[in-house]
Write a protein that binds this ligand. Sequence first.
Ligand SMILES: [Zn+2]
Length: 183
Amino acid sequence: MKGNVIKMFALCAALVGQAPFALAMPVTNSYIQSSAKEIRGLLGGYSQPTVYVNQNACGEPQSSAMACGPRTISVGTGFLQQQESSYGNYVAKFILAHEWGHTVQFTYNINLQPPMQELQADCVGGTFAKYAETNLRYPSFIENAVASARDAADYQEHGTPSQRDYYSRYGYANGFDNCMNSI
Ligand SMILES: [Zn+2]
């Protein structure tokens, strides 16, 4: 009996220790638009893009996430759902904030050498992860976001996994102004 109680305790401890994203949330148009509204709360003073969902508004051939001007972000629910299913809840918000960072770059004509243009956008994504946690009371999703960013590193345009990791966390720790002034 005592042995069973101990075993059960160990099982509970193991379950509690697991990451809480066994069930991925559905990534819908309304989830994306409400995320955009949240990001506007942090970055709306720097750029005011419209977020187009499943419309290939940047002429992209498949479901993805991209910005193609100061006022245009285009995302696909298929791509963002796959990201949240693979890396955990709210990764789509980080990706959307990364694209928002590109619209800020377009707005202010910022053109950094590769991979710094992309790493600055990662930094902006990190600042939103912190804002969501601190101001909007979301559970932390910076680890999910970093895992996603690392896996999408291409060693050229987007940099290496460790660069993407570093700059996402840099933004999380240091905030938007440092992304724009120190990178
Ligand atoms: Zn990018």
